[in-house]
Design a protein around this ligand. Structure first.
Ligand code: ADP
Length: 311
């Protein structure tokens, strides 16, 4: 007999960029561009989680899909024993460093919270969504999910998340190198190249950059944000994983971007602009930079997103 769905809620979550150069594992910025939509439906029966997914390349078991992990954990914590269907419509391509697994996880946490009227606060929703990142990174990660849930610019510190509304004249251009075959364990690979120890001098440099970024967001000063985007610890080792990195960066700066860095663990690159006037020129310049390394890319320009919401 066919199952009858009795109730469902849908949430939409944006893509995001993490790190912003020196804010490794700490900063996230929600991007008003691509989104994932997750509908959670309560089914008759008990204890089963079924995942329906618009992108067949993404795992569809509750243990390996970021949305599935979130729902499983929330069901266990709140002793909910219904059968659940998770319908994921992917808008954010997976594996390119623009918070794809995080968007599904954030939308799942928000939709499940609404469906069961659990009244979970945003901080705790971020905790649940971060659990979903085990699917992609093998461990809880907060930078993308906190931005995707809260929107704007987010600083994570000791599992507290501080949101700052970005300046209205902040524009971003993202180049996603879609012809690169991203390794399955990309985040692990990108972490494996990081130095185990860092000279104090480099730490001081990056802390001053990160502080300048925070001040720039707080003071709504795009040029100040851009001045802080200068990472001498992570970026110099990760750039070798991105064919075309140098030409993408140089081209974007020459076309009028104020700063360029790797988006999350890459391989996408993100440029920071004051106003959208030069966005098309910068997007073309970044695409050309990737082409110099025989890499095809998709580009988009956007502002910051206001975060996840119920549909
Ligand atoms: P991104 O920065 O796009 O999140 P990751 O490498 O962190 O990139 O995540 C992509 C990995 O997570 C892929 O291996 C993908 O199969 C896995 N994954 C699991 N669930 C999802 C999901 N719902 N959406 C996207 N990727 C998912």
């Amino acid at each position: 007999m066919a199952r009858v769905s009795v109730m469902s809620r849908t949430a939409i979550a944006p893509c995001s960029t993490a790190n912003l150069g020196p804010g490794y594992d700490v900063f996230g910025l929600a991007l008003d561009a691509l989104e994932d939509t997750v509908r959670i439906t309560k089914m008759l029966g008990s204890g089963k989680i079924v995942i329906k997914n618009s992108d067949r390349a993404i795992p569809a078991t509750a243990e390996s899909n970021s949305a599935g992990i979130v729902v499983k954990r929330m069901m266990s914590d709140f002793q909910i024993d219904d059968s659940i269907e998770i319908q994921i419509t992917k808008g954010v391509p997976a594996g390119y460093g623009i918070g794809s697994s995080a968007a599904s996880a954030a939308a799942a946490a928000i939709a499940f919270n609404a469906l069961y009227n659990l009244k979970i606060d945003k901080n705790k929703l971020i905790e649940y969504a971060a659990e979903g990142e085990i699917a992609s990174a093998g461990a809880k990660h907060y930078d993308n999910v906190s931005a995707s849930v809260l929107g704007g610019f987010v600083i994570g510190h000791k599992r507290q998340f501080i949101r700052i509304e970005p300046p209205r004249d902040l524009f971003l251009v993202v180049a996603v190198p879609i012809s690169i075959q991203v390794p399955k364990k990309k985040t692990e690979v990108a972490r494996s190249v990081l130095p185990k120890e860092v000279p104090l001098k480099s730490v001081v440099h990056n802390v001053s950059g990160a502080s300048t970024i925070v001040a720039g967001f707080a003071l709504k000063d795009v040029e100040m944000i851009a001045r802080g985007i200068d990472d001498i610890i992570v970026e110099p080792v990760r750039k070798h994983l991105i064919p075309g990195y140098d030409s993408v960066k140089q081209n974007a700066l020459a076309a009028g971007a104020l700063a360029v860095t790797i988006s999350g663990a890459g391989p996408s690159m993100i440029a920071f602009l004051k106003s959208g006037k030069k966005a098309n020129k910068v997007a073309d310049a970044m695409a050309k930079g990737f082409l110099e390394a025989d890499v095809k890319s998709m580009t988009f320009s956007c502002c910051s997103s206001s975060g996840s919401h119920l549909a």
